[in-house]
Design a protein around this ligand. Structure first.
Ligand code: 5GP
Length: 125
């Protein structure tokens, strides 16, 4: 069920459990502000979820409330992970679903990083 991205942050969401170490993840990157791990149901040969460690519901929430250090760390981490995964030359795709129309299911900001092969059209029609 897509979530309402205007609701306050709910720290019972699955990524909050992962951040607290209560659930495992297949980690690919971590720093003071960012955690990245493989999606449990990958939609491409490489499918990584990049999340801020702070409690932000969505891109909207993050862009409004996060500090400059958190935002810089997040943007740099996405680029670094893409480079580390060898995706710059072949290419890749970033996606952040927000709210009901975006089909966001987990109410903690995440950017999907897809790669490892041709990714097809931008959106299903
Ligand atoms: P959304 O639709 O919110 O943009 O994407 C949520 C993503 O989280 C989905 O691609 C889903 O497969 C992934 N996901 C949901 N639960 C877990 C989990 O427990 N572990 C991991 N690694 N990914 C999860």
């Amino acid at each position: 069920m897509p979530i309402d991205a205007t609701r306050p942050y709910d720290d019972t969401n699955i990524f909050a459990h992962i951040l607290r170490g209560e659930l495992p993840c297949n980690k690919v990157y971590e720093d003071d502000h960012v955690l990245a791990f493989r999606d449990i149901r990958p939609l491409a040969p490489v499918h990584v979820l990049v999340i801020p460690k702070g409690a932000y519901v969505s891109w909207d929430d993050f862009s409004e409330r996060a500090g400059a250090d958190e935002i810089a760390a997040f943007v740099r981490a996405v680029g670094r992970i893409a480079r580390d995964q060898g995706l710059v030359a072949p290419g890749y795709r970033l996606l952040a679903n927000v709210g009901v129309d975006g089909g966001q299911e987990v109410p903690h900001l995440h950017v999907h990083l897809f790669g490892g092969g041709p990714l097809g059209p931008m959106l299903a029609r």
